[in-house]
Write a protein that binds this ligand. Structure first.
Ligand code: ADP
Ligand code: MG
Length: 318
């Protein structure tokens, strides 16, 4: 049985990962030492992924590693930040080296692809969970915040919606093929980092769709002091969603299902074509789905019997 330090060296703190730009000192000491680029503001966020709450515990370990990092990076994407570093605290029920190898491959592959260095972390024993803190950089005063939306702005979303709930449904029905677009969207979401950077200077406001489009749009509207009108016929649905759920539930999944990790931006109509061209150059769609209004409230949406947005403590924590 390897010691905790052997595990860290073997699966987490890989030497190649410590060599990221701006890393004065990587894993191994009490803290990592990082040098942010001059003229930049640090963007910092943490996300905890708990087995059976955020992902199925028996999902492929590569997907669990990928997903834990992807959902954290999605917040950097939503600010238009460039991803630089991360730290990862993992809680494991047992040491299973086959599982750890696959988890590590999923995590580190996305690290490399996103230009992120894993600079530290923690390993503990308990129910499976992974907490990832990400650090990004954005030029001073250039971050894409939630509070900059203005009445008349077009609302547009990257990629497709509904895959989070559709993939969960597919997983629960026994589907295990990760090439399926719904399962991919659910278990292997792609953080829209390049899109966030490309839209940063064109959009007035942005947020990532983690809790469901309506819930996240409500956050953007509240921060911006606006309302919104949505055109539900314009929603870009993930391939296979309507076939799996039927038309009404597919739209409900796009509006209220969580875990899509696409970007929702509010931008002036005059910038829409340029924004779409920039994302098309990265093989990513940007679809207009409505606009912001001066009148508060979100209209144009069919009612649902399901609650909107996931909350761990819907009645409050006390
Ligand atoms: P400490 O007791 O000082 O907190 P640890 O024993 O937890 O140190 O970790 C030893 C070193 O290994 C630290 O530099 C830490 O950042 C690194 N490390 C621990 N767990 C991880 C992990 N999951 N990923 C990356 N680095 C890790
Ligand atoms: Mg520690």
């Amino acid at each position: 049985m390897p010691s905790e330090f052997e595990l860290i060296a073997r699966y987490f703190a890989l030497p190649c990962q410590a060599a990221g730009q701006g890393v004065v000192l990587g894993p191994g000491d009490d803290c990592a030492l990082l040098s942010p680029s001059p003229g930049s503001t640090l963007a910092v966020s943490v996300d905890t992924s708990v087995a059976e709450v955020h992902f199925p515990g028996d999902a492929p370990a590569t997907a669990i590693g990928h997903r834990a990092l992807a959902v954290a990076l999605s917040d950097l994407a939503a600010m238009g930040a460039r991803a630089r570093w991360c730290v990862m605290a993992i809680t494991l029920p047992a040491v299973d080296e086959t599982w750890l190898e696959a988890f590590s491959a999923g995590f580190h592959t996305l690290c490399r692809r996103s230009g992120v260095a894993l600079v530290g972390g923690d390993v503990t024993r308990g129910a499976l969970s992974v907490a990832v803190t990400v650090h990004g950089e954005v030029p001073v005063d250039a971050a894409l915040r939630r509070d900059g939306g203005r009445p008349g702005d077009v609302l547009a979303v990257t990629g497709t919606l509904g895959g989070g709930r559709g993939g969960l449904d597919a997983w629960q029905a026994g589907l295990r093929d990760l090439d399926d677009p719904l399962l991919r969207a659910y278990l292997l979401p792609e953080p829209r980092l390049a899109a966030g950077e490309a839209l940063r200077d064109l959009a007035h406001a942005g947020i990532d769709v983690s809790d469901g489009l309506l819930a996240d749009l409500a956050h953007l509207c509240q921060a911006s002091g606006t309302g919104a009108v949505l055109d539900t016929t314009a929603l870009p649905l993930t391939a296979g969603l309507t076939g799996r759920l039927g038309e009404a539930d597919a739209i409900d999944a796009a509006l209220r299902g969580g875990d899509d990790y696409e970007l929702l931006v509010a931008l002036p109509q005059s910038s829409l074509d340029r924004a779409r061209q920039r994302l098309a150059a990265r093989d990513l769609a940007l679809t207009p789905i409505g606009h912001l209004t001066a009148t508060p409230g979100i209209t144009g949406v069919p009612a649902s019997s399901r609650p909107s947005g996931w909350q761990h403590f819907p009645g409050g924590m006390t």
